[in-house]
Structures are given as C-alpha cells and as structure tokens.
Design a protein around this ligand. Structure first.
Ligand SMILES: *[C@@H]1O[C@H](CO)[C@@H](O)[C@H](O)[C@H]1NC(C)=O
Length: 364
C-alpha cells in the first residue's frame, strides 16, 4: 500500500465515475492544485502535505480517498465446474480464465462450486471479485426449467456478490458464455428463456447499442476502449463465440429482472438471429458476455477459428484490464500470506487437453 502513487488513485477515480459509490467525489488532483502542489505522490505524502498545510478539508479528503485507493494485489475467485472425466478430480477450471486474470496483474483462487455455502460466503470475503466461466454443463431442465445444482450455486454466488456490494464493498462479477446464460435465467425468470443458437466456435462482429445521436453507448465495459478497437469489433469478426443458446434481445425489454441490466452489444448467430452479447448491471458491478473475452490470447486448437490477430489480442487484454481494474476497488484479502499462498490456483495440477477447453486446472 505504501507505494501506491497518486496516479493510480486518479486512474481509479476516473474509471469509477461511471457509477456506484464513487459518483460524487471531486478530483483529488483538483484539490491538490488548489493547494499549489501538483505531482504524483503516495498516500503518506498526501497525508503529510495536508498536515503541513493544516488543511482540514484536505485531511478529510485523504481519509475519504484512502478507502478508494486501488488494491494493488487483486485476487479473483473463479467458480469451478463439475467434471467426471478425470477421477479422482471432480471439478475443473479452464486455464484460459486464469491467464486472463494473470495478464492484468491479478491472481486467482478456485472457488469450489460444491463446497458448503458457508465456505463460499467466507471465501468471497477474502477475494476481490468473481468469474463465472463458460462450460458445457446442463444448467436447467429443458422441460421443467428447474435449475441444475450447478446453476443454483451460481445463483448463490451472485446473491452473495450483491449482498457484499449492499454492505458497502465494491465487488465485481464477470459471467462469461455459459455464465451469461445462467445469469440470464437467474435474473430473468419471466423472459430470460434461452433459445437455440448456431454459434459454436465462431468469431462474430459486435453491434453496439447507440444513442439517438448515433454514438456508441459504451457503459462501463467499453468506456476506455480505443475507437480503433470498437470500430474493429463492429467491422471484423474478433469476438469469439461458442454457444448453442442465445438470449433473444426482446427479453431485456420485457423482463422485470433483466431490466436491471443495460444491453451494450448484440451479435448474430450463423443464421443471422440476434443474440444479446454484452450486458452490465445498472447498479452493481456485474458484467456479462455471451462471447469469450479470454480465448483469443490463450486457446490454440488448430481446428477452432479463435482469432489471434493483433486486434483480437488487444481485445483480450482490454477486457482483462477492465475487469481486474474493477476488482482493485475493494480491499478484501486473506488473513495471512500463508493462507493466500495455499489458496492460489498454482497449487493445483494442469492437464493439457485436446478439446476446445485447451489446458485445464483440476481439483478434488
Ligand atoms: C473452503 O474450502 C477449501 C477447500 O475446498 C479450503 O481450502 C478453504 O480454507 C475453505 N475456506 C474457508 C474460508 O472456509
């Protein structure tokens, strides 16, 4: 913490102005300017400076801002998925999701989907955000629509995340592909029904939602994305999809639960049918994509057309920077460095597979 510089503080504050608890804070830089001092400085220097100036106003701000100093050691939980093919291991995480976090300076712990609810609740209090991954689980009975045990766990994690936010910690969630589908049926029980999609293993263009002036509504997810990259996403097929289901755009117009989200982008399946592609919650830092932000840089199976162009790699990097930066906004951590070390994903074996999952971490 000691070495956190004001620059990072500013980055955090600028990025945070999109919403949530950060909204009304004035810029620290403006305050510092007011006092005739304008350079990067640590929180300690900022404190010293306010004392030297005997400024109560600045001292109060220091206190206030201390809460929002970006956490420089983000640890993100990734929910494991059931797997029966590799006994004695019974759950797994595709390594691409972990690498996605690593490349933005975060670390990863596995959140065992079948652990007790108490264990999951407690674990979430030690980490800075959570990822619900893609996969090929049965998420719901197709006739009765009853959720699978796995989807019920995703619901529990989502509820816990909202509760942590309600209690005052900024706690982000990122749900990808199957995670997006689970989020849709959990949050939109009325209209969040999934339809069939022909979008297995295919990169697609994105169609961003625009305002009445034709400007892209960037929301928080796409706020910092360069114009080059947003243009490329619309013009080229670099958003990699691997889904057999889709959520029809109309669901977001009518479902009371899904109205809590803004849709930022759509895509189309092989038959041209529209799919909701990117959403973010209006009040919580909950983000979700039908497509895979993580595969472009990390999945290399020859027969699958994962894009590896320079722009495609920039997309993966941008998305991981976005999410890990979100996770820097709370100060959850493990009680001791030993607990932290024994929790991280590197304690577990990796298996190189021949499938589209590429390499996977395995767990008991
Ligand atoms: C949760 O369970 C895991 C084992 O799956 C254990 O390593 C961890 O310490 C438990 N965490 C809490 C907070 O109980």
């Amino acid at each position: 913490m000691r070495t956190v510089i004001l620059y990072l503080l500013m980055v955090c504050l600028v990025q945070a102005t999109a919403g949530f608890v950060f909204e009304d804070l004035p810029s620290v830089k403006e305050l510092i300017r007011e006092y005739g001092y304008d350079q990067d400085l640590t929180l300690e220097e900022l404190k010293e400076f306010s004392e030297k100036k005997k400024s109560l106003k600045l001292a109060n701000k220091v206190e206030e801002y201390a809460e929002y100093i970006p956490n420089s050691r983000p640890i993100i939980a990734i929910l494991t998925q059931p797997r029966t093919e590799s006994p004695p291991y019974n759950s797994y995480i595709m390594a691409a999701y972990a690498k996605f976090v690593f490349q933005a300076g975060g670390r990863v712990i596995p959140l065992h989907w079948d652990n007790s609810l108490e264990n999951i609740t407690d674990t979430l209090k030690s980490v800075n955000g959570v990822i619900i991954t893609g996969g090929d689980q049965v998420i719901q009975d197709p006739i009765s629509l009853i959720f699978s045990d796995y989807t019920n766990r995703v619901k529990f994690v989502l509820d816990q995340a909202k509760e942590i936010n309600d209690e005052g910690s900024y706690f982000p969630v990122w749900a990808i592909c199957q995670g997006f589908e689970q989020l849709s049926i959990i949050e939109g029980p009325e209209y969040g029904r999934l339809s069939h999609a022909t979008a297995k293993n295919i990169p697609r263009k994105l169609e961003f939602v625009r305002d009445e002036n034709g400007e892209i509504i960037r929301g928080r997810i796409y706020k910092e994305m360069s114009d080059d990259l947003t243009k490329a996403l619309e013009a080229k097929e670099i958003a990699f999809h691997n889904n057999e289901f889709r959520l029809d755009p109309f669901a977001y117009k009518y479902d009371v639960g899904l109205k809590a989200y803004n849709v930022l982008a759509y895509s189309r399946d092989r038959d041209g049918r529209p799919m909701v592609a990117s959403i973010e919650h209006k009040d919580y830092p909950i983000y979700s994509n039908q497509w895979h932000p993580e595969k472009n840089s990390f999945v290399w199976k020859e027969t699958i057309p994962v894009p590896h162009s320079k722009l495609a790699l920039q997309l993966t990097q941008y998305m991981s920077d976005f999410f890990v930066t979100e996770c820097r906004k709370n100060t959850h951590k493990y009680g001791t460095p030993e607990e932290e070390r024994s929790a991280i994903i590197e304690n577990h074996p990796v298996e190189v597979t021949d499938g589209s999952a590429a390499d996977i971490y395995l767990f008991y």
